[in-house]
Design a protein around this ligand. Structure first.
Ligand SMILES: [Zn+2]
Length: 675
């Protein structure tokens, strides 16, 4: 970059940003790191931040957002933590169109980059909980993925950009262009983001658009749609995703901290869009009300972002690696490079289709991104090279087949890699066992062991015959197997150990909050769809996956494990004295007594279970305004009780005064956004 591009100049003009304390030359030098942030005056620093923010939001960024956060914003914060720029909502790039006052004020989210900061925030939350008279274990947290998209607000009629948080631009045109809504396809769910599927972008759009921001801007722009953008909209790869519809985790503080890493990882991967962290928020209305909002953000909500770093690096070789599911993953071996304080030698590409299309072969130069301790991801291919596509499984030599974008080893019955990885996954997941790492597993495989069940049938003589040390190792392994059956084991962990597609620890736990372990193998798609988070996450795949492991599961289960059952959500709820306790309720249409989110959290406080869409399991469908006839008829056919918002309110108000006061709707109608 030698000067601003035409697009960047247009963005700056539209945002009404004019260079006053900096020259274009100085900006360019900063971009190329030829001059240092330390030499900037405060006003220059803020001007640079504004330019970087506007170009980023306009889809033509001058610096990566990590650099914005960690170099420039951090510099301003360290110089003057109370600088007004730090407490203004970073304005969303203005598209053409008239600006209007937003129906609700849209705030930013406070960001943190370390678990220590998250813990500090939790201390504040605990203090507030004590103030409002709650026990610490009554504090409920909700965790959702932090979408890295284009923020907007859907009031049911119009879609607005966030603008400066108070006034936005009408961009309803994106719906007229066919943009679908993520989650349940319904308008009027409030704030959300326009996002694009990660893999779709990599596959179909990366050649044309510099980054996802750049693509998102192309959906919104007034001028005619680019054909690729049009295709992405009609393929539903790009959607407007309301925050209310995002998959989420809920639990108390201890549960949250006990599995923070796992949880963060799982939540981040629960959607297929660009995600740059997680959002943690307090669910309890009382605490929220007490904590309130600062100018810039709600105090009861926090974003946890990881410290991302990028590097350019050369690919030495791409090695195929067969996973437990039979997918053959391309692992790029790299020239050793330092990233986020670690030496990196390997990185993964999504799949072999990507390797082929992007030209990731020996000699290619790629851009790597690493976040936290996660294996680095290939973000961009800077220089292509002829890729090598394997024909046979590196583990069992079986001829590979293509399944959509993936290369698959079809030899499920005796491919060493698939079996060894399946065994390893089991022991790694149940956790109450040591000694069954990859070396032990390899040795067991070499001696004819193929299933977890067979491992549990081993005795000392057999282990010694296999070459495990007579004095210590063999007995150790037996002791550990015994331990894993006597020490308590959560039912969701046990189920997750079988490695069903889509069923990580979090999803298993959620499933078992709704159904008993012994019943999950009889579930139909309809049953699953009534559980939050399963509607879109391919309920079909889960039913098939459960069916596939059924026999293996019961064989092992019969050996006897000390399995702890998760408490069913309905168990706690039935004891609540409320006319809707334990009922499965769906709200649809525009509500008038409060936002749908408010009504949902009120219903939850009254012991109801909430689902996004109507299934045969739904008890009550509460309809607001503008509900389509198709939806109503569908619910009628399923025998669901349909009531209006007024009827619903009348029903729940037949309750003791005291409880109603506890769940009074929150007067504060501010909504927040993730940026
Ligand atoms: Zn194989």
């Amino acid at each position: 970059m030698k000067s601003f591009s035409t697009a960047q100049k247009q963005i700056l003009a539209r945002a009404d940003l004019h260079l006053s304390t900096l020259t274009e030359q100085q900006v360019i030098q900063l971009v190329h790191r030829e001059s240092d942030v330390g030499h900037l005056g405060d006003d220059q620093l803020v001007e640079f931040l504004k330019i970087a923010n506007a170009t980023y939001r306009g889809g033509n960024r001058i610096i990566p957002d990590e650099e914005y956060d960690f170099t420039y914003l951090a510099e301003l914060r360290s110089r003057n933590p109370h600088h007004p720029y730090l407490s203004t909502v970073e304005p969303e790039f203005a598209f053409e169109g008239k600006t209007v006052e937003l129906p609700v004020q849209m705030l930013s989210t406070r960001k943190t980059y370390s678990i220590d900061d998250v813990k500090k925030w939790l201390l504040e939350v605990k203090k507030e909980a004590v103030d409002v008279g709650l026990e610490l274990d009554q504090i409920r947290l909700r965790v959702t993925p932090k979408l890295d998209g284009y923020a907007a607000y859907d009031d049911g009629e119009h879609l607005y950009t966030r603008g400066d948080g108070r006034r936005g631009t009408d961009i309803t045109r994106v719906f007229e262009r066919g943009l679908c809504i993520g989650g349940e396809d319904r308008r009027g769910q409030g704030a959300g983001e326009i996002v694009v599927s990660d893999s779709y972008f990599a596959m179909h759009l990366a050649a044309k658009f510099e980054n996802t921001r750049n693509f998102q801007a192309s959906i919104i722009r007034e001028k005619e749609l680019d054909p690729l953008t049009e295709q992405a909209i009609s393929d539903k790869a790009a959607v407007f995703f309301p925050f209310a519809a995002l998959p989420s985790w809920e639990g108390n503080i201890d549960e949250f901290l006990a599995k923070f890493d796992e949880l963060a990882n799982e939540v981040r991967n629960s959607v297929c869009y660009d995600v740059d962290g997680i959002i943690i928020e307090v669910v309890n209305e009382d605490i929220r009300r007490n904590m309130g909002a600062a100018r810039h953000h709600h105090r009861w909500q926090l974003a946890y972002k990881e410290n991302l770093e990028r590097a350019k690096v050369k690919v030495l070789n791409v090695r195929p690696q067969t996973s437990r599911s039979g997918r053959v993953n391309p692992v790029a071996e790299l020239e050793p490079t330092r990233l986020s304080g670690a030496s990196i030698r390997n990185a993964t590409a999504h799949h072999y289709k990507m390797v082929m299309e992007k030209g990731i072969g020996p000699g290619a130069v790629i851009e790597l991104v690493r976040s936290g301790l996660v294996i680095p991801k290939i973000e961009n291919v800077l220089i292509k090279a002829e890729p090598k596509i394997p024909e046979r499984c590196p583990s069992c030599e079986t001829r590979l087949i293509w399944e959509k974008d993936f290369l698959i080893c079809p030899n499920t019955s005796d491919c060493p890699a698939q079996i060894e990885n399946t065994l390893e996954h089991f022991f790694k997941t149940i956790k109450n066992i040591d000694g069954f790492g990859s070396q032990t597993i390899k040795k067991l495989y070499a001696n004819g062991i193929r299933t977890v069940y067979e491992v549990y049938l081993l005795d000392k003589d057999k282990l010694i015959q296999m070459g495990f040390g007579e004095k210590k190792t063999a007995q150790n392994l037996l002791d550990q197997l015994q331990r894993s059956r006597t020490e308590s084991l959560e039912d969701w962990r046990f189920l997750a150990a079988f490695g069903i597609y889509h069923m990580g620890l979090g999803m298993c736990e959620r499933l078992l909050q709704h159904f008993r372990l012994e019943d999950v193998f009889d579930l139909k798609m309809d049953d699953l769809e009534s559980v939050e988070g399963f509607a879109n996450v391919a309920a079909k795949a889960v039913v098939e996956g459960l069916d596939r492991i059924k026999n293996r599961f019961w064989n092992l289960h019969h050996l006897g494990f000390n399995i702890q059952s998760t408490q069913l959500i309905t168990e706690g709820l039935e004891s609540i004295n409320s006319p809707i306790a334990a009922k499965l309720i769906v709200f649809t249409g525009a509500m008038k007594s409060g936002s749908r989110e408010e009504l949902k959290s009120q219903a939850k406080a009254l012991g109801a279970r909430i689902a996004a869409s109507v299934t045969g399991k739904t008890d009550i469908l509460v309809i607001g305004e503008n509900v389509g006839a198709v939806k109503m008829n569908d619910a009628k056919e399923k025998g669901v009780e349909i009531i209006t918002e007024d009827e619903y309110l009348a029903r729940i108000s037949r309750r003791p005064e005291k409880l109603m006061a506890d769940v009074e709707l929150q007067p504060d109608k501010q909504l927040s956004l993730f940026h």
